[in-house]
Design a protein around this ligand. Structure first.
Ligand code: 8YV
Length: 324
């Protein structure tokens, strides 16, 4: 069974793959053109995707030999799941192992924005720390007892809510396509409509799965419905947010601040004005960038590949319908 990886996994995963004695196809160069990537995929039974985009309908047409896809990510918006399912191709992702790390970054962004930490660090770096104390300069917000709105209460949203409740006794409200009563108890969380989520959240944190249907969902109309003191946190996917509208909303004081670990496109363009705002903190998509999370992701990818090679069900398959 031939397994193609566009990049090597962290060693914890490579070791498992080597032990399983699978035939591994690993290109020497890291950045592949689409044509080269397709060329490799055409030779493989299983394709492992590390930040690889474009598992679209054309991909499945061009790579008829591919029988399974194992993603090094919890998000699977880079795959046309319907097209994969139609061809009976299981697609696996890496849930759970990165929930803590990613929610840590959501929490970090929330705090960084609330206390203008990135901006204040920039002041230190650029020598803008005046002798004269000013009691009303660069004041932040305290989050005690405020309302956290979770858009997409899954594993990562749950971890974020748990931290916010423990640290600041925040009230938790959430919006999903349907309520998740099994997650509400520990958080004392309340399911609300999308409108109510916008109107009531002091911090609104995005954790939903991304699809094209949600592109630019968080745009001017949405920002107008939010509180003027609201902080928007996005550690999910950049596509959720209309960045030009967000910039205007922040400059005009429609909302208070934003913390972004994701952007559209990625990497964020150098001329994007968002990182220049004092009430914004932007990170370069580091949600899962801890040793523990990346090792966990690598192991999970390998376990999925190995299970598939043995003719078993992939343990974290996204499109479980293929096994029915
Ligand atoms: C990855 C992520 O770093 O898991 C996800 O969905 O966005 C991140 O953990 C990224 O997808 C690279 O594979």
């Amino acid at each position: 069974m031939k397994v193609f990886l566009n990049q090597a996994l962290p060693e914890a995963g490579m070791e498992l793959l080597r032990k399983a004695q699978l035939e591994i196809l690993l290109p020497e160069q890291e950045a592949l053109s689409r044509a080269d990537w397709i060329n490799y995929c055409q030779q493989a039974d299983v394709v492992v995707g590390l930040a690889a985009k474009g598992f679209d309908a054309a991909f499945f047409e061009q790579c008829p030999k591919v029988k399974a896809i194992a993603l090094f990510s919890v998000g699977y918006d880079q795959v046309d799941i319907a097209a994969a399912t139609q061809r009976n191709i299981p697609v696996s992702n890496t849930p759970d192992v990165l929930s803590r790390a990613t929610s840590d970054v959501a929490f970090l962004l929330m705090q960084s924005v609330a206390r203008l930490a990135a901006f204040n660090f920039e002041r230190v770096k650029t020598g803008n720390w005046p002798q004269q104390f000013n009691p009303t300069a660069h004041l932040g917000q305290e989050l005690y007892g405020k309302t956290l709105g979770i858009f997409g209460l899954g594993r990562i949203g749950f971890e974020m809510a748990r931290k916010c409740k423990a640290a600041f006794d925040m009230k938790i409200i959430y919006h999903n396509r349907s309520p998740k009563p099994e997650l509400e108890g520990e958080l004392d969380a309340t399911y609300v409509s999308f409108e109510a989520l916008l109107e009531r959240s002091d911090v609104l944190s995005l954790h939903a799965n991304y699809t094209e249907a949600s592109k630019d969902l968080f745009g001017a109309d949405v920002f107008r419905k939010m509180k003027r003191n609201a902080i928007l946190i996005n550690t999910a996917r950049g596509g959720f947010v209309h960045e030009a509208d967000l910039y205007r909303a922040l400059v005009e004081g429609v909302i208070w601040g934003a913390g972004l670990d994701v952007s559209s496109p990625e990497p964020m363009l150098r001329d994007n004005p968002l990182p220049g705002l004092q009430n914004v903190c932007v990170l370069p998509h580091i949600g899962s960038a801890t040793v523990a999370a990346r090792d966990g992701m690598a192991r999970l990818v390998a376990e999925n590949v190995i299970a598939f090679a043995k003719g078993e069900r992939m343990p974290t398959v996204v499109n479980a319908e293929v096994y029915i």
